[in-house]
Design a protein around this ligand. Sequence first.
Ligand code: ZN
Ligand code: ZN
Length: 156
Amino acid sequence: MSIPVMRSFRLYRPKPPSRFVTDYSDAEKADFKARYQKVGKTYRIVGKIVLGAFALSFMSILCIAFRLSSPVLHWTAGLGMVLFFTFFFALNAGPCPACSQLVDSEVGLYCPECGGKMGKDRRCLSCGKTLWGGETRNYRIKYCTSCGVHLDDKGI
Ligand SMILES: [Zn+2]
Ligand SMILES: [Zn+2]
């Protein structure tokens, strides 16, 4: 199966998947997972840098606020902010290797944490968790929410 190529800069929104997790063979599923490993790993590393940069900036500003002022703190506060924004925008979960929908798109048919079917009100029918999307999502993505394929063991 080939992955459609993004041809322009218009909003990247491929049509809904035509095949789902149950339509693939074990070999195909293993291949999708293997292909996603590098993306998942990079995402976790970049995510840690974003958190670290945020903490650095936050602590520096806190020290300045408590008048522990030293010129170094202004530098670390600024550096933390620059790193935070740079790596925040570099956080990219990429497209699903099976259905090519964006992996961190809105919660769809499948639960990104356990791969079960999603019910009403963003509640998973298998694990019972209610999922909140957006930048502060309350779940890790282990399965593609659009087609249900297992992408990553640790989750991103
Ligand atoms: Zn679930
Ligand atoms: Zn998918």
